[in-house]
Design a protein around this ligand. Structure first.
Ligand SMILES: [Zn+2]
Length: 339
């Protein structure tokens, strides 16, 4: 089969790979219908994370081709949405709602899904079947549920977005934009998107943002305070993962407020003393997407949300390198790849 391999930073190639096989009785093999490039794939692309001949990709939707003898919840022929962390679905951590920290978790980024087929470990805890074969125009939205929508949703849930709340979102990548959509769905009263890119501001507004703040860092914090009577937002979603964005997020929350941080953290340092006196709730980490998938699939199936709008570049899998380049240069929010 064909699949994407990152040989070194900036060096992405599509090449022949071995076809995946069932290894464990809990595995499934899927034919990938659509996959995509993630903002987190840009960390190794830019040389910030080490990379060496790594098959890439962890977001995917597809059709089940084969299942191991112990797989019970999905069967060949079904269309499925999978999560970016494979989880057994049965351990105490999974059952408490945190499959992304399952004691047996497998990061799908180590398996690779930017390919024609993929082996999915722990299929029962990782895949969710859709009610039927989706209309083609629903596929991008379902693919978004695999990671960016699920992650934005978790960010909003962790930040306790809801009725009567003012929610600020730091980050205007796909996750940040979909956190805006999530906050809207969860009933937030006011949603402040922090973005300085016109096309992203437009999409944020379409997804439910009521205010746009273009300032960053301390100026961004000051602007959020100004918009909230000097108090700060009730809920802040951090969807970048840098030192600056974490500080912007914590600083933008009011005392007693909640910060949901879902950008993969890189070199973030928080002063214990600042954190102590900020008196905010912090919750985040890799999103437990499987917890939200049935609800998200239902919202997409009923056409209540159009999360697929974050894909503004569609390419055949063979042109994956251009997808990475366009996202790296911020010419594209997110690239969908069709094997
Ligand atoms: Zn588990």
């Amino acid at each position: 089969m064909r699949g994407v391999v990152m040989h070194a930073p900036g060096d992405v190639r599509v090449q022949d790979l071995d076809d995946p096989q069932i290894i464990e009785p809990t595995d499934a093999i899927i034919r990938v219908t659509a996959t995509c490039v993630c903002g987190s794939d840009l960390w190794p692309y830019r040389g910030i994370e080490e990379v060496h001949d790594q098959p890439m990709g962890h977001e995917y939707v597809g059709v089940v081709e084969q299942v191991g003898s112990e797989v019970k919840t999905v069967k060949p022929g079904q269309f499925v949405v999978g999560t970016f962390v494979a989880a057994d679905g049965t351990c105490e951590i999974c059952r408490s709602g945190y499959p992304s920290s399952c004691i047996h978790r497998v990061f799908m980024s180590l398996v690779g899904t930017q390919s024609e087929r993929a082996r999915i470990p722990y299929a029962d805890g990782t895949l969710v079947a859709t009610p039927g074969t989706p209309e083609p125009d629903l596929i991008p939205s379902l693919l978004a549920a695999s990671d960016v929508l699920g992650t934005g949703w978790f960010g909003a849930v962790a930040a306790e977005a809801g009725p009567g709340k003012t929610v600020a979102v730091v980050g205007d990548g796909a996750v940040g934009l979909l956190a805006v959509l999530a906050a809207k769905q969860l009933g937030a009263e006011r949603i402040i998107a922090m973005s300085r890119h016109e096309t992203r501001q437009k999409l944020a507004t379409e997804f439910g943002a009521t205010d746009i703040v273009t300032e960053r860092g301390a100026e961004g914090v000051a602007k959020i305070k100004e918009l909230t009577g000097g108090l700060g937002a009730h809920s802040v979603v951090e969807a970048v993962g840098t030192h600056e964005s974490m500080h912007q997020a914590v600083g933008s929350a009011r005392p007693g407020g909640h910060v949901g941080f879902v950008g993969v953290n890189h070199d973030v340092t928080l002063s214990g003393e600042d954190l102590f006196f900020s008196q905010v709730h912090l919750h985040g980490g890799p999103a437990p997407v499987h917890r939200f998938l049935p609800e998200l699939i239902d919202l997409i199936w009923q056409r209540k949300i159009n999360s697929g709008k974050v894909f503004d570049l569609a390419l055949p899998l063979e042109e994956a390198a251009e997808g990475y380049k366009a996202m790296d240069e911020r010419r594209a929010i997110k690239a969908i790849l069709h094997p």
